[in-house]
Structures are given as structure tokens and as C-alpha cells.
Ligand binder design. Structure first.
Ligand SMILES: Cc1cc2nc3c(=O)[nH]c(=O)nc-3n(C[C@H](O)[C@H](O)[C@H](O)COP(=O)(O)OP(=O)(O)OC[C@H]3O[C@@H](n4cnc5c(N)ncnc54)[C@H](O)[C@@H]3O)c2cc1C
Length: 650
């Protein structure tokens, strides 16, 4: 029996129930497991072990087959976010056409009229029209309102003229643009009769659908190699007065009469709707990449042995407290992220259902929550990949471990779809607004932010003796102290003569960031705690509660300042928190493997030699080095001899 099997057999948890929580229901978990098992059997969806020895061109070309095989497997059901789980797991890198499926299709459905949806949706889904999401420009990304591409309405012909007036206005970064796209959803300033009506979205054909050559007035190409994302053709795009029909402006919430009268309806934030959908994807599907990292790192940590114990027997590295300290808080955070991501996802769906009916009342809360969770979760996935790599020593650095590619491919997520810092600031703005609402109209505070209804009670909370039942109160206390302090700091700056925008930009940034991030940690804890209530299996509930407590205690130990500064806790409480942390590491260790294996990840999707299910890291690592590494199939003898002759004689 291998050591992994021994650990599995000693586990007391019900993995099926946990998988049900992770994937939304036990039925859904079964379907995902089946889907992943199907992926294991189809060679086209697997990533070749030698992938990282290939040139960028060969990597790029290999992706088409993989992408289309996935599309076939999911039967083009691009509506269901969970359908991205397979492609995200099995591809060592991002896939072709991912941006248009995840962003352009939702944008059309949300921002387009029924006529426009009828005109384009089918062609988009069948990839006859492959459209990229062309928003970011060389000069501006985060500040969308300052984009410089123009769409000027010509009444005479009832067309828009799309133009790139400056070098900063060139579109830069859109994925799928450089090589693949023949259409682009272009974000440009709408100009009618000299008046600017803000940034709107336009469907623009950029390449011929038959020859794939750029159309007249279009300059387009790939921006060059990047840190990761080598198979994504992030592109540049310039327009020289390109004409498109009036029909091509997405017009569900803004329309223009033939004479040039502009009519708007609904909340202007709706124009960010497709970004919200992409953030939902980043929140629900992409965190599962952290489950890949942790499955690999935990399996390896149980099988890897270094140094002996007092009886002369070699220790598995997971026995060392420092190894547990590296990995187990990440495991707890993974559950907090995934379970809170599920709750947020339902809220996003509710918001969109209501928006379709013309009710925008959830929009602010939903947008703010998505901003904060996106920033927190994407940072977590990248940080988790790096710590998992470190926890696997030398082998973690090899691509064959499966870990470096997760770090590389998930790093951009902290920047794209809203740079994380800006995302936290957006949530912080909303939290400060809630502070005011709590004084005047507490009944208007949304459910997800209900702690703002109890501000006085929370501010008076003190904790002299730590117990795990206090964790939630301590998290609430940190959030409310941080945000009220930030609010007071803002008032002081304004009273001192600073204008609010300057105070925000130059004096409050770090406090705002800290408040927003802490709020998300608190929110994750609450969602995790509520989800555990659904568990019926007693021992599973006990283990998940320990995991929840480990998550909470870790957050409190990492960021205790607000509690100490405001005398909420004493030095004695801090010591008790540390003791509890060590106790929880001990309690979680025997169940860590089974907990992470509840994510149902199969070997092909892990793309690893050191973290496979049968726990034989050395056999696979040696085998891949000898048999999969194409460098070993090349006869270098002549080349090396020639090099020898070139060496200077010393
Ligand atoms: C791999 C990848 C794929 C992409 N795909 C697409 C795509 O398909 N379509 C598309 O349109 N775009 C795409 N982008 C672009 C991406 O959306 C932007 O790069 C992103 O929104 C960040 O904007 P920025 O580059 O302008 O960063 P900046 O805003 O310039 O950020 C630079 C720094 O300034 C800070 N900063 C900026 N403003 C403030 C402020 N007000 N307060 C405090 N700090 C501030 C930021 O925190 C950051 O540290 C992609 C980018 C990458 C890397």
C-alpha cells in the first residue's frame, strides 16, 4: 500500500458531500467528475508533456485542436460558466477564442437588442465570426472613460466612423485579436454632432471572413512575447476612419435615431456588464486552479521524505510544522474562496435577471462585491501556486511538476478585467457609502453587507479570552474599525482643506485597500460558515469547521493591527490565537489530502509527475525526463563538437 492510500483510508470525511458543496450540488459534482473522466480519455484535450520545449508558433498551432475538442465536448454550451472548468484545468495555457466566448458573447446578450442578437449570436458561437473584446488602449486601460478611440456618427450615410486619433488610442492587449479574430467588439467614445456621449460598444469587422486579410483602414497584429500566455495572441489594432453601419452599435441601453438623437436608459454601469460576467468566471472557475496546485503539493508532501525522526524512520515532509504552515492555511483559503464564489455567483445571476426586467437595485452591491472578490481570489490563486511550488523543493521548479504553468497563466488575472488595486478601491468606495447609509437609512443596506447595520454594537466588542466562537466577531470588528477609521481620516483631510478626490488619491489609498480586502476575508468566512450548515455528515461538519476556523485564525494573525490599535484584543488573546493556529494545523493535517481530493481532479488535468493519484513521484519524474523531453531525442554530438572548436584557447 502506498502512503497516499494509507492517508486516504484513515480519513473520516464524506467526500461526496464536500464535492456537492464545491460544485453546487452532488448531482453537479457527479457531472463534473464524469466530464473530467471523459477528458482523461480524449488525447486531443490533453496537454503534451513536451509543450514547454516547443516554440511559441508550435504551441500556438497546437491549441486549435485542443480548443475545438473542448468545444465539441461541451457542445458549444457557452452559457454555463462551469463548462470552462475542463478547458481551464486541462490546458497548460489559456485557450484560443476564450475571450470571445467569455466576454463578447455575454456582452452581446446583455448590451445588444434582440435584432442584434439574432444577427450575430449564431455566427459567433459557430466561430464564423470570431470577435475579440477590444477595450484597452496603449495609453489607457483602467480609466475606461478616458479611452481615445472615436466612433463619430455620420447622419448623411447613417454610419459610424471608427478612428484611432493618436498612438495612445491604438487598441493594445485584447486577446484573440493578434492572429485569430475577424471581428472586434470595439469600445469607443460616441460622438454625435460634436457632443461626446461616453464610451459605447461597436461590432466592427476587422478581417475578411474568407481570406482573413485585414480590411481597408485596419492595422492589426500580435503584440509579442509575454511572461506567460504564450499561445494567446494579445493584439494591437488601429483604425483609419473605418465606416460601419449604424446597426453595429450595441443598442439595448443606448440608441440613436437616424437624425442623431441619442437616447439612454437604465444604469450606465450596465455597459460593464460583460466585464462583470468575466469576473464571475474568474471567481467561480479559475480558483479551481488553486485546487490543482494544492492537490499536487499536498500529495507530494505526503510522499516526499527528508530526514529521520527519533526512531530513525524517514519523515514525510508534511509532518514538519513549517510545511503545514505553508500549505494548510492555503487549503482553508481555497475552500473559503470556492464556497464564497458560489454564493457570489448566485447573486450575480439574480442581479442580471433583475436587470433584464429593468430593476437595477442590486447593481451597486453586486458590482462592488465582484470587484473585491475578483481582486482577492485572483491574488490568492497566484500566491497559492507560488507557495505550492516552494513547498515542493527542486521538483516544484520543473514544468513537469505542473506548478510553474499555473503561476504563469494565472498571473495576468490580477491585472486583466480590472487591475486588482483599482478593484479594491471600487469596493472601498462602496463601503464608505454604506457607512453614511448606516446612519441615515440602515434599512437600505443590502444583505451581503448587513454588518453595517450593527456598527455601534460591533465597535463596542472586546475579546479578553479567545474562543473559536469569537472568530466571526473579531473579523467583523476589524472590518468596521478599519472602515470607520478610514472615514474619519477622510473627514480630517477634508476639514484640513484638502479636496475629497485629492484626499482619496494621495492620502487614503492604503487604508482603503486594507478595509476592502478585510471585508472580503470577512465575507468569505461568513459564506464558508453558512455553507457548512448544509452538511449532514457529522464528522465532515467537524473537519470543515476546523478548516473554517483555521481560515479565520490565519486572517486574524496576519492582520491583527486594527484589533490591537483599538484594544479589541490583548496580548494574551494574541497568544491564544497563535496556540489555536498550531492546534488547528494538527487537526487538519490528517484530512488535508481527502479535503483537496474532493475537487475530483484527475491525473491528466494535473499535468504533473510529482502529484499523481498513485503517489509515485520519482517513477514519473524520471520517466518524463527520459522519454518525454524532446531535447533528449536530438543528437547534439556534432553541435557540441563544433562549439568546442569555437572556444577560445586559454
Ligand atoms: C494577459 C492580458 C490579457 C488582456 N486581455 C485584454 C482583452 O482581451 N481586452 C482588453 O480590452 N484588454 C485586455 N487586457 C488589458 C487589461 O484589461 C488592462 O491591462 C488592465 O485593465 C489594467 O489596466 P492598465 O494596464 O491600464 O493598468 P494601469 O491602470 O495603468 O495600472 C498601472 C499601475 O497604476 C496603478 N493605478 C492606476 N490608477 C490608479 C488609481 N486611480 N489609484 C491607485 N492606483 C492606480 C495600478 O494599481 C497599477 O499598479 C489584457 C491584459 C493582459 C495582461
Amino acid at each position: 500500500m502506498t502512503s497516499l492510500e494509507q492517508v486516504r483510508q484513515l480519513s473520516k470525511i464524506d467526500q461526496i458531500q464536500i464535492a456537492g458543496l464545491i460544485f453546487g450540488s452532488e448531482q453537479r459534482a457527479k457531472e463534473v467528475k464524469q466530464f473530467l473522466a471523459d477528458c482523461e480519455k480524449i488525447p486531443e484535450v490533453q496537454t503534451n508533456a513536451d509543450f514547454y520545449n516547443w516554440s511559441r508558433k508550435k504551441q500556438f498551432l497546437s491549441k486549435d485542436k485542443q480548443g475545438f475538442s473542448f468545444m465539441k465536448m461541451i457542445n458549444n454550451q457557452v452559457d454555463d460558466m462551469e463548462q470552462y472548468t475542463g478547458p481551464m484545468i486541462y490546458s497548460a495555457t489559456t485557450n484560443h477564442y476564450g475571450v470571445y466566448l467569455a466576454m463578447v458573447v455575454p456582452a452581446l446578450k446583455i448590451l445588444g437588442t434582440q435584432e442584434q442578437i439574432n444577427a450575430w449570436l449564431d455566427d459567433l458561437i459557430q466561430i464564423r465570426k470570431a470577435a475579440c473584446y477590444a477595450q484597452t488602449e496603449l495609453g489607457h486601460g483602467s480609466d475606461i472613460q478616458s479611452l481615445q478611440t472615436t466612433a463619430t456618427y455620420d447622419k448623411g450615410t447613417q454610419e459610424f466612423v471608427i478612428n484611432t486619433p493618436t498612438i495612445q488610442a491604438a487598441k493594445f492587449w485584447p486577446g484573440d485579436l493578434g492572429i485569430l479574430a475577424n471581428w472586434a467588439l470595439v469600445f469607443a467614445q460616441l460622438i454625435v454632432d460634436g457632443t461626446n456621449y461616453g464610451v459605447q460598444s461597436f461590432m466592427v469587422q476587422i478581417r475578411d471572413e474568407q481570406t482573413h486579410k485585414p480590411l481597408k483602414g485596419i492595422e492589426v497584429g500580435d503584440i509579442g512575447p509575454k511572461m506567460g500566455y504564450q499561445v494567446k495572441d494579445n493584439g494591437f489594432l488601429k483604425f483609419d476612419n473605418v465606416r460601419i453601419p449604424k446597426f453595429n452599435m450595441l443598442a439595448k441601453y443606448i440608441s440613436i435615431s437616424p437624425q442623431g438623437k441619442v437616447m439612454k436608459e437604465g444604469d450606465p454601469k450596465i455597459s460593464y456588464a460583460s466585464m462583470m460576467m468575466m469576473r464571475k468566471l474568474l471567481n467561480t472557475v479559475y480558483p479551481k486552479a488553486a485546487a490543482i496546485s494544492l492537490t499536487i503539493a499536498l500529495r507530494y508532501s505526503y510522499t516526499r521524505q527528508q530526514f529521520t525522526n527519533d526512531k530513525g524512520v524517514e519523515n514525510s515532509v508534511i509532518e514538519y510544522q513549517t510545511q503545514q504552515h505553508k500549505l494548510l492555511p492555503l487549503l482553508a483559503n481555497l475552500f473559503a474562496v470556492v464556497l464564497s464564489g458560489n454564493v457570489t455567483s448566485k447573486f450575480v445571476d439574480l442581479n442580471f435577471t433583475e436587470v433584464q426586467k429593468g430593476n437595477f437595485s442590486h447593481m451597486n452591491a453586486c458590482h462592488s462585491l465582484l470587484c473585491g472578490t475578483k481582486a482577492n481570489y485572483t491574488h490568492f490563486v497566484v500566491n497559492c501556486a507560488e507557495w505550492c511550488r516552494l513547498s515542493c523543493g527542486g521538483h516544484g521548479y520543473a514544468h513537469y511538476s505542473g506548478l510553474p504553468s499555473i503561476y504563469q497563466e494565472h498571473s495576468p488575472n490580477v491585472t486583466l478585467e480590472g487591475e486588482n488595486q483599482i478593484m479594491f478601491l471600487q469596493l472601498a468606495r462602496y463601503l464608505l457609502k454604506l457607512l453614511k447609509t448606516s446612519q441615515k437609512n440602515p434599512e437600505k443596506i443590502p444583505e451581503q453587507f448587513s454588518l453595517f447595520k450593527r456598527i455601534n454594537e460591533i465597535l463596542s466588542f472586546k475579546c479578553d479570552q479567545f474562543q473559536t466562537s469569537n472568530i466571526l466577531s473579531l473579523l467583523e470588528s476589524s472590518v468596521i474599525h478599519l472602515i470607520t477609521q478610514t472615514g474619519m481620516k477622510m473627514m480630517q483631510e477634508i476639514q484640513g482643506g484638502m479636496n475629497p478626490k485629492a484626499a482619496w488619491d494621495y492620502k487614503l489609498g492604503t487604508s482603503l485597500w486594507e478595509s476592502a480586502n478585510y471585508f472580503i476575508e470577512y465575507y468569505k468566512f461568513v459564506c464558508f460558515q453558512n455553507t457548512i450548515l448544509l452538511v449532514t455528515h457529522k464528522q465532515t461538519q467537524v473537519v470543515l469547521t476546523n478548516l473554517l476556523n483555521l481560515f479565520g485564525v490565519t486572517i486574524l494573525l496576519q492582520n491583527p493591527l486594527a484589533l490591537l490599535e483599538n484594544d479589541v484584543i490583548t496580548q494574551q488573546t494574541m497568544k491564544q490565537l497563535r496556540d489555536e493556529y498550531e492546534n488547528l494545523l494538527n487537526l487538519i493535517k490528517p484530512e488535508a489530502l481527502s479535503l483537496v481530493e474532493s475537487f475530483c481532479l484527475a491525473d491528466g488535468g494535473l499535468r504533473t509527475t510529482i502529484g499523481r493519484a498513485d503517489g509515485k513521484p520519482y517513477e514519473y519524474t524520471y520517466d518524463w525526463a527520459v522519454n518525454e523531453n524532446s531535447l533528449n531525442k536530438i543528437d547534439f554530438s556534432n553541435t557540441v563538437n563544433q562549439l568546442k572548436n569555437c572556444r577560445p584557447k586559454l
